[in-house]
Design a binder for this molecule. Sequence first.
Ligand code: NAD
Ligand code: WQD
Length: 341
Amino acid sequence: MAFKNKILVTGGLGYIGSHTVISLIENGYDPIIVDNMCNSKIEALNRIEKISGVRPNTYIADVRDEEKMEQIFKENKIDAVIHFAGLKAVGESVQKPKLYYDNNIGSTEVLLKKMKEHGVKNIVFSSSATVYGNPKKVPIVESDPIGEVTNPYADTKVQIEYILQALAKQDPSLGIAILRYFNPIGAHPSGLIGEDPRGIPNNLMPYVTQVAVGKLPELNVFGNDYPTRDGTCIRDYIHVCDLARGHVLTLKKLEQGPGLVIYNLGTSVGTTVLELVNAFMKANNITIPYKIAPRRAGDIPECYANCDKAYKEIGFKTQYNIVDCCRDSWNWQKKNPNGLN
Ligand code: NAD
Ligand code: WQD
């Protein structure tokens, strides 16, 4: 049965959340956003409106705030929740583990409690390829082991997955989807929304675009002595609009009936750091100065997905390739050199 009511999107002003809100609107859903703006700006909402013509009902609140969440569930008839809200910086999670456990697990616990109290049965959870730790083989399939992780951020994702899996066992009337994203990059083709990191970016693509726009002098390529084709690490970079569409397809799966599903969302293609930098230069006709720097602690040589399961079960297939990703990331950055202001 199709969801006729509202989809609560936690973290809906963030990078993946804002793109997913657009996809939801385009597919006839009615998203309600809750975001505490710890890593987003209200301008994202203006941009969502500009792209979609719709200004979704938005609550500026922390998902851990039970009273506020009670109000949101009371005021809106919700069919399903997409739970993006969380902190995501691996390095910061090592420095401030309690903050990560409190925020990521605490918000999920409040959310699940309110869902239960209000009879909301369906949830899509933003997990991460990071739950696989250092994979024994690539491409990674969903049945590969998870849990051997080395930082608190990844551990919060693992713990939340375990909670959701236990709940699914205990209550077969629930519809639970765990989506393990690989490396989201790119931006909406309009250039109106995109990734807007605070401070110096940790991740490769925003670092590259900030070098391109002149905010940073050069890229450090962390290690060229890995056992890969050019010595740099391999990742599975997925366009954020493909990822957003994956959420709509997942909702359609949950509409078919309850149960637990787990999908890798990636492209099934591995790209090295140097391949990505070269694709960026070629796609945008820009030179990115870079130097080879020491390895970054904790990096794994290779991580890319086998996405056959998502294709077979929900028809998930990417529409954008690495060149599209590079073009759209740059389009976003050059139109918004200082991000959303
Ligand atoms: P993001 O930081 O842009 O978005 C997260 C949003 O959640 C932000 O707008 C933030 O303000 C909000 N938020 C955080 N804690 C909150 C709380 N307690 N209450 C209310 N709002 C809160 O990050 P993103 O890249 O869009 O990631 C979304 C989700 O996907 C996260 O759970 C992240 O861990 C996961 N994920 C991201 C990546 C990635 O590389 N971007 C990869 C795998 C998984
Ligand atoms: C990609 C590659 C770096 C920056 C992280 C999280 C993961 C997930 C996605 C949330 C690596 C190299 C990077 C730079 C570089 N997030 N690099 N110079 O590490 O695969 O994954 O984001 O769940 O949990 O760990 O992504 O973009 O940081 O790095 O050479 O300035 O680029 O060494 O090989 P990563 P990334």
